[in-house]
Design a protein around this ligand. Structure first.
Ligand SMILES: Nc1ncnc2c1ncn2[C@@H]1O[C@H](COP(=O)(O)OP(=O)(O)OP(=O)(O)O)[C@@H](O)[C@H]1O
Ligand SMILES: [Mg+2]
Length: 272
């Protein structure tokens, strides 16, 4: 397998390769030597095997790799939703292990937005109530104008705001999820396969929207879709829990080739 010849070493990206360096000091998302193991004994799985990464403020990063390569685990560890087995994570300037669970929760609620395919809208609440949820949880004032503005930014109208999520299409629901993530004006947005259930056209418009509305936020998108990288500054490829390559200004065709090679390698048992 010629993966080595396709690899771009992280050393050509000093800010990415050196999480302790100056460029990384101000990065809102920094992982340093992060490992994550699940289970024990013969059932033990190493989901992340020493991942170091610093994402610059305002950057858009796609995380790609075969199924099981550790993408979701990377996102969960970066967001503090999973605790690494080893290594450190710094999010919005705070090392997560130094914060109590409660302070981590507050940090996530106030400064981080999430768009997950399956951590979605609450079915009993209207779309407007769903969008307002992060504000309510943070005991912040919920102004109708702020909700209407967040909805307008993603192209949802007043009539749609009054409906239940089940009364919207998949694409409209994803817009509502993005509005909910944006309503606190987060510094970092984590998205795990945010367009996985959408047709290619709707997926593109949702991503264009995310790109256009993130307003300086640092965005990390886990995806299987090579087209997503059109909206990203860089692509991080995972293989068996490690960073296999980091590619700046990625092209969808190259990304598709690389994913194909990584998928073949994973399925040939050449790693994970
Ligand atoms: N809670 C868990 N308990 C045990 N093993 C887990 C757990 N979560 C993930 N894993 C394992 O860790 C590895 C990485 O999983 P992860 O969900 O990060 O992969 P992924 O790259 O997101 O895959 P996909 O593209 O299929 O979503 C897999 O082998 C998975 O089975
Ligand atoms: Mg996943």
């Amino acid at each position: 397998m010629m993966l080595d010849s396709m690899s771009i070493s992280t050393s050509s990206f000093p800010d990415l390769a050196d999480p302790a360096g100056d460029a990384a000091a101000s990065a809102p998302v920094v992982l340093d030597g992060v490992r994550k193991r699940y289970g024990r004994g013969r059932g033990r799985v190493t989901a992340l095997d020493g991942v170091s990464l610093a994402l610059a403020a305002g950057s858009f990063t796609a995380v790609l790799g075969a199924s099981g390569s550790g993408k979701s685990t990377l996102l969960q560890c970066a967001a503090g939703l999973e605790r690494p087995s080893a290594g450190t994570v710094r999010l919005c300037g705070s090392e997560l292990s130094s914060l109590s669970d409660r302070r981590q929760t507050v940090l996530r609620r106030e400064r981080v937005g999430f768009v997950f395919q399956d951590l979605n809208l609450i079915p009993e609440l209207t779309v407007a109530e769903n969008i307002a949820l992060p504000l309510r949880l943070g005991r912040r004032r919920v102004e109708r104008a702020a909700i209407a503005e967040a909805a307008a930014r993603v192209g949802l109208d007043a009539g749609q705001l009054r409906r239940l999520p089940s009364e919207l299409s998949g694409g409209q629901q994803q817009r509502a999820a993005i509005a909910r993530a944006l309503v606190v004006r987060p510094e970092v947005i984590f998205a795990d396969e945010p367009t996985g259930a959408l047709d290619p056209y709707t997926a593109q418009s949702v991503l264009r929207l995310l790109r256009g509305t993130a307003e300086g936020a640092t965005v990390v998108i886990v995806t299987h879709d090579p087209q997503v990288v059109r909206f990203c500054d860089q692509a991080v490829f995972l293989y068996a829990g490690r960073i296999e390559a980091v590619v700046a200004a990625p092209e969808p065709a190259d990304v598709a080739d690389r994913l194909h090679a990584l998928g073949a390698l994973a399925n040939s048992g050449g790693g994970a």
